[in-house]
Write a protein that binds this ligand. Sequence first.
Ligand SMILES: Cc1ncc(COP(=O)(O)O)c(C=O)c1O
Length: 370
Amino acid sequence: MNVADRLAGVEMSLIRQINALATPLSVNLGIGEPNVVPDARLREMAERAATTSWHYSANAGALSLRKKIGAKTSFDPKSEICVTAGTQEALFSIFTAFVNPGDEVLVPNPGFVSYATLARICGARAVTYNLEPPEWQIEVDALRTKITSKTKLIIVNSPSNPLGTVVSPDTLAAIAALGPLVVSDEIYREIWYELEPASMLELGENVIVVNGLSKSHAMTGLRLGWIFARAPLMQPIITAHQYIATCASVFSQALAEAILEDAEWNASWLRGVRAQFAAQREAALYAITHELEAEIAPPAGAFYAFAPVPSCDTVSFAKTLATDAAVLVIPGIAFGSRGEGFIRISYAAAVDQITSGIERVGGWLRASGM
Ligand SMILES: Cc1ncc(COP(=O)(O)O)c(C=O)c1O
């Protein structure tokens, strides 16, 4: 059987490959899923959501939900907001709507694996813009030099997977002013520590923002995301979304609506999520300093620490750690060439797991004389 050309060279991501090595005894610091447990109120909302309509919603999602998603913005819920089956489907719809063979898509390096893969599926070329340690910040002048007549999209991800960095409001504004369409992936925006991350919403007609409930509400399996885009951009996105997903799950939409309706509960839930991740971040940073003897800037958002490891092939290193030390971490190169020499440690895990997982990495490094 000949697989379609668009999938040539597209393989299961390294993240999935490493996670496939998990055993019941593994400490899993490889996963990008919040370890937050739904409280009684959230479960009650889910039970109620299950009793609502099971029929299709509008392609763009229930209007009542779109109104709640857009409540504090200038976006018209009728024509400028679309509910999607998670942020991943949001990205796929956007790429399908705009990216042609031969186009270029600017993606961060290191950055979330999907961006370059989606470009490739559309026959386009992912052109990386490099982020440099230790700050890993976007240099707008360097980014500008990467723009050509073929540039279709610039992808921005703040807070970042895998870096945990946050992009400053000035930099976001400067990126919006560069000209090409910008897709701002803000799926981690509710997970922050000292300062609330800025959004690219309202920064220009050329800016598309994606977000959702996967990370903030530990709803990764419920597939609930959304897109903000001005009406002329949204039209083709909804056409693509219609043929990809028809509509997001109406159960998840009803649950999202209940969550956004109960502003007081939601604010307190988000505070709780941030407090939990703050404690886990402390445990991770302590263990990274003491076990890996590495100093990294505290992540400003999301739940990832990108830690340097002694020079080695990080893919075999991570695979060996998974099989011999029963700890899963993701090799930095899974996120692009600039990630070589680093591992991504997800601290979306219980404190004792974080501590013992990083201890195992440190122990293995010492035992192998690295
Ligand atoms: C940066 C980033 N964007 C998008 C996604 C996809 O999220 P969703 O579950 O909303 O599809 C992820 C998931 O890990 C992510 O890390």
